[in-house]
Design a protein around this ligand. Structure first.
Ligand code: NAD
Length: 483
């Protein structure tokens, strides 16, 4: 089986060479096709950070093993790491965090074992990077949470939890505040949970999750979260087991998967051959298991655990009273320990299984539509306007534009109602949301809304607008604080 390898920038080539030397010494039956991706590819003028040949190779092989990559700053280009994950729809980011003997942490010293898998949605949320300045003072980020996108990642998390023989799967969220977006993610979680009665499925508000993770990490098993919350929680978990040097990551999609370490290019130590290759090695081991090379993965992982236990360490961790080794020496120590097992018996050696099939070649991608919605009616519109006037003055002008179909129901500033009632203590910025609803359930259509938009634009700069929809008898929009 052939896979694509991108060595990356900074410490990338050093740690990738170390990991591949371990794979080769273990006779891992993989061939590697080196592809051109990274900062130097941006510098050559390819503004997505990869050559067309690299893209073609990755799409035909379906597996990319990559080192960390740097995104040039201030050139208006997007992160190659995020672009790769989004372009190839690697919708689930899986990170395993486990206690490693030889890597001292407060929990290992207290005898509290950690074995947590964080599954993070990898494509949606604020990572769409759809941002606008609405006024000189007000920036907006659009946060998309979709039903099909949430179902995809949650289904993956449940399936993976079952394979891992997990007992518990927990959804981390902030649905108490973001009732519609995180509420949708949570709703999908419990919908999928019905298909897995053998797993204890529960949920927790993300701030409470963080507090509990740093006090009782042993209570958690598999945790699934939306993108940004998952990003933060997974770095927190990396800290629990010894830092970024020990955090592997797999970006899983239906056709293409990407395996990489969580850490970056570590420019401060690049080129010195002193970086810790453990995180990339653990990512590589997850990749071997993904393609069915379970026996190779177990032998290498046992050798890694034995090496860590015996006190061999790079400069970033371990017993400082013992001299550290460099990247190559660390890799060689692992190779010399093939066949050895750590004290607790190590990973079970399961014979290699046939690899996953080559990826399906797509001609076009299908539309992901989930369930049929109930009858949809437009009941109003939120117009986001720029103004530095006081709420009462704005209301007076807006009411003149309401006409016969609309009534002005409220005005809010940064989500807090300031008209018809509000507090003089609420600070104001120069953007308001004026909410119009239909008079006495008059059925509205888009032309009515645009008519109001045109009329209002005579008095205000309208920065953006959102329709107020009802799905059946359910409001598909949030209320302002205090409404
Ligand atoms: P970083 O992870 O590169 O470094 C943070 C600190 O951790 C540094 O002190 C570094 O020396 C240390 N460190 C990281 N990995 C190490 C290792 N394997 N062994 C020993 N020490 C290690 O984070 P940063 O400095 O914020 O980012 C540097 C660059 O990497 C940026 O351009 C960023 O965009 C990029 N980055 C890429 C990825 C990726 O490719 N997936 C992820 C994160 C950051």
């Amino acid at each position: 089986m052939k896979i694509a390898v991108a060595k990356g920038d900074g410490i990338g080539p050093e740690i990738m060479d170390a990991v591949l030397s371990i794979f080769n010494a273990n006779k891992v039956p993989l061939e590697y096709e080196i592809v051109e991706m990274g900062k130097w590819v941006f510098d050559k003028g390819f503004n997505n950070g990869m050559t067309p040949e690299a893209k073609q190779t990755i799409e035909s092989l379906g597996l990319l093993f990559k080192g960390p990559m740097e995104t040039p700053k201030g050139k208006g280009v997007k992160s190659i790491n995020v672009t790769a994950r989004k372009t190839w729809n690697t919708y689930a980011n899986k990170r395993d965090f486990q206690t490693l003997h030889g890597v001292d942490t407060v929990f290992s010293k207290a005898g509290i074992p950690i074995n947590i898998t964080v599954v993070r949605e990898n494509i949606e949320d604020t990572y769409g990077g759809i941002e606008h300045m609405l006024t000189h003072d007000v920036a907006l980020s659009r946060r998309f949470i979709t039903r099909p996108g949430s179902m995809q990642v949650i289904r993956y998390a449940f399936e993976m939890a079952r394979q891992k023989n997990a007992k518990r799967i927990t959804c981390g969220h902030k649905a108490n505040i973001m009732k519609i977006t995180d509420g949708l993610f949570l709703e999908c979680f419990y919908e999928v949970a019905k298909e897995y009665p053998d797993l204890k499925a529960d949920d927790i508000i993300v701030d409470d999750l963080c507090m509990k993770l740093v006090t009782r990490p042993d209570l958690f098993d598999v945790v699934v979260l939306t993108n940004l919350q998952g990003d933060i929680v997974s770095d927190l978990c990396a800290g629990l087991v010894g830092g970024l040097g020990f955090a592997p990551s797999a970006n899983i999609g239906d056709h293409i998967s990407i395996f990489e370490a969580v850490h970056g290019t570590a420019p401060d130590i690049a080129g010195k051959n002193i970086a810790n290759p453990t995180a990339l090695l653990l990512s590589g081991l997850a990749m071997l298991r993904h393609v069915g090379l379970t026996e190779n993965a177990a032998i290498i992982e046992n050798a890694l655990l034995y090496t860590l236990e015996s006190g061999v360490h790079t400069g970033d961790f371990g017993d400082k009273s013992k001299a550290s080794v460099n990247t190559t020496e660390f890799a060689n120590a692992i190779i010399n320990n093939f066949g050895k097992k750590p004290q607790n018996g190590g990973k079970e050696i399961v014979p290699n299984k046939p690899g996953t099939p080559t990826p399906l070649k797509l001609q076009s991608n299908s539309m992901m539509v989930s369930h049929e919605g109930e009858a949809e009616t437009i009941v109003g519109v939120d117009l986001f306007i720029e103004s530095d006037e006081q709420p009462a003055a704005i209301a007076e002008k807006c009411q003149r534009h309401a006409g016969v179909k609309f009534k002005l129901v409220n005005i809010s500033n940064r989500g807090t109602q300031v008209w018809p009632t509000g507090s003089v203590y609420t600070n104001l910025v120069n953007q308001y949301n004026v909410r119009f609803e239909s008079i006495e359930d008059y059925p509205l259509n888009q032309q009515d809304v645009i008519g109001l938009y045109v009329s209002m634009s005579g008095n205000f700069k309208i920065c953006s607008f959102e329709l107020l929809n009802m799905w059946g008898d359910k409001k598909a929009y949030s209320l302002a604080q205090g409404q």
